[in-house]
Design a protein. Structure first.
Length: 126
């Protein structure tokens, strides 16, 4: 009886298993990296929402007080809170944040840029 070598041997099976294990480790690394970046995006979204909340309160403040803006106008968080346009200003970790809005006008269009600072975050150019 002659045995032909047409099947898989031990060496081929070990090499194939090793290749699959390396591919699995590489895939696990990239999945971990992806989920890490998603966590940062979620964290940044929280602070972006705070900036938006501050800008919306500033819009109401400018409209209610009929403020005419020529170049730039700065509205602090304390001013908005005194006018009861915004409540407590905390992040998801219940940390107090502070901020201001720069209102500028160009060709009769008002632009609102909110800047905040929290213990774990600060808007660029704060």
């Amino acid at each position: 009886m002659s045995l032909k070598k047409n099947g898989w041997g031990t060496m081929e099976m070990i090499l194939l298993s090793l290749g699959l294990l390396i591919a699995l480790l590489i895939a696990a690394f990239f999945v971990s990296k992806l989920y890490g970046s998603l966590d940062n995006a979620t964290r940044d979204r929280i602070y972006t929402d705070l900036e938006y909340k501050l800008e919306e309160a500033a819009k109401r403040y400018v409209n209610e007080n009929n403020i005419e803006i020529n170049n730039e106008y700065r509205i602090n968080l304390a001013t908005l809170q005194d006018a009861n346009l915004i409540g407590n200003f905390k992040d998801d970790n219940n940390n107090e944040c502070n901020g201001y809005v720069i209102v500028s006008r160009m060709n009769s269009i008002y632009y609102y840029d909110g800047f905040i600072t929290c213990p774990n975050y600060e808007t660029l150019s704060y």
